[in-house]
Ligand binder design. Structure first.
Ligand code: FES
Length: 126
């Protein structure tokens, strides 16, 4: 099973673990505890699951036209950008960083965690 390592937008390791081949990066984040937003619920109709893939980019499933169209609307797109709900793992380990856009969406989707992070002074990031 491929190992996934997830970093937050500030470059801090957020989660790590093994997941099944064929798992999307968004599903991996949800399983392992990454703060990975998904405003459309993972149906390729937004860009809030945008990640930067730092290792294993070539091993992921190919990008379809629909993903490319929505990725064009994301902030700070890089040559190693993918939409986490569309990119699926093969056998190779993958390292990726959740973008600020995606983390913000995750906190919008998790108000309880947002309030807890605000109370601890952890959100918004300094
Ligand atoms: S969650 Fe909307 S495109 Fe991935």
């Amino acid at each position: 099973m491929p190992k996934v390592t997830i970093y937050n937008p500030r470059g801090e390791k957020e989660a790590e673990g093994e997941v099944e081949r064929g798992t999307s990066l968004l599903e991996a984040s949800m399983k392992l505890g990454g703060h990975h937003g998904s405003a459309c619920g993972g149906v390729c109709a937004c860009s809030t699951c945008h990640v930067w893939v730092k290792k294993g980019f070539e091993s992921l499933t190919d990008m379809e036209d629909g993903e490319a169209d929505y990725l064009d609307r994301a902030y700070d797109v890089k040559p190693y950008s993918r939409l986490g709900c569309q990119a699926q793992l093969a056998d190779q380990d993958v390292v990726y960083q959740i973008t600020e856009e995606s983390e913000n969406t995750w906190y919008d989707e998790h108000p309880k965690e947002r309030h807890e992070a605000e109370a601890k002074g952890l959100w918004p990031p300094k």
